[in-house]
Design a protein around this ligand. Sequence first.
Ligand code: PEP
Ligand code: MG
Length: 569
Amino acid sequence: MLKGIGVSEGYGIGRAAAAVMPEIKYVPKTDCDSKSERLRFENALKIFTDNNSELAEQVSRTVGQKESEIILGHIMMMQDPYMRSEIEKSIDKGNCAEAALDSVCNTFIAMFSAVDDEMTKQRAADIEDIRTEILSILTGVKRVDLSKLDKDTVIVARELTPSMTACINKENVVGIITETGSKTSHAAILARAMEIPAVLSVENALEQIKHGDEVIVDGVTGTVIVSPSDKEKNVYISKRDEYIERRSRLREFVGRPTCTADGRRVELLGNIGTPQEAEKVISQDGEGIGLFRTEFLFMDRSAAPDENEQLEAYKKVLLTMKGKQVIIRTLDIGGDKDIPYLGLEKEENPFLGFRAIRYCLGHEEIFDTQLRALVRASSYGNLSVMIPLVTGTEEFRSVKKKVVEIMQEFDTSNIPYDKNLKLGVMIETPSAAIIADLLAKEADFFSIGTNDLTGYTLAVDRGNANVAYLYSVFSPAVLRTIKHVITEAKKANIPVGMCGEAAADPLLIPLLISFGLDEYSVSASSVLSTRREISRWTKEQADEIADKIMSLETENSIVEQLKKTVLSI
Ligand code: PEP
Ligand code: MG
């Protein structure tokens, strides 16, 4: 069994085809006639542009408009005047077209690879792809053609470039395995869009999997099985068939309102970590964003994003969601989320330490910048802002005061913003839950963060395997806490949502319906299954289940009872 990163869900069973790029060789020349080399370069560029325009059109038809933009982006990069003039200058010095292209691309690749940011690194990969393509045109070396593979093929490659991936005929390819790449690489985005199971970053895949080997690609767990036994194969055939069946049944829920079986409407939103993921929420028919974890904007880089960069990221999400509700959470660092350049001190108990809102209120330069970017972004859509790890009323009042001051400053300098910008509290500490009545007087809305709330309520570190057996949202203490928070929000007449993982749990959903939860915010891939689960219950049925469950005394009996009731219907 080989391990990698599962980047596109699903199960593929087929025969491996090694997609090995032929080596492109040329003899660098330094005494060329620059006129004819320029002409060769122009001709190759024209062929490159024509091929890619055609490919982009095909991708737009068969995969999607957004995915075709990756290919169009390659054409645009090669039209960049600076890049072209650098290549031409090199040709004018007597270099052959191949050498000129190679050296200029190398400079850009080195420049982009040095930046510690996924997106910029991706640009280096794009330029590498472009260089190989144009070099293969100049030298006449044929590239691997992935458009004509046999049925049930699993592609195995060192790396899949966007141009290679875009050529894939998805009717014939049942899986993708590569030695490089991550969840955010373009090949991963295309694989997900084409719904082909994919496992990337499998070490030495090309050595361990031979051309023609039978392989299983498990895009859910990121595993690959080479030459499976009959038993393994049968297990995966059932998994694959069930998965396909489940997905196709779920698509029936696209375009439907999210409501209970007796027609009570609730909101179904998506959780995201990057602005790009908002598209995924839309593709799964999410009705807005219930949690944007902004700390990801601060990760994998060497300095905090400034106000303008943050504004662009928030604006992107708001514009993508076109007026639908977007809840952005302020920086939630500390605990298990470290950002090296912020110089967080090592603490004995980081989960009880200087994290989230505590850190933000102690670092005004960082927090004020984020709040300013958020208030500015509010004029581009329907924005709400929420504050993580609140424990007391003072903390939330301090945030409100800051926001009011920023708004006053913007009024004076005529900077537009939404005067109805809503400010909410994440309920993820027992303290916040216990004083929910007090916080409800201050906040425009609540969002229950069950991931942390469960840990803090039960005094269990959510990442510690030794005590994982205690970590359960179904413990009576956590269930009572959730019910209490929802009840207090209802009394104060403010909306209450849930953005922790538990919001998508089929066993919890009937209880949430009964308690009266208004908003469910779940990962994009759980949007449709959550809509289906909500549609299964009437309020009366949910109340009956909740009454029984809330009378039970142990986590075990609660889970048993829920499994019996919920899963058997
Ligand atoms: C939570 O704690 O439930 C939550 C949504 O926040 P995070 O998982 O980012 O801590
Ligand atoms: Mg949390």
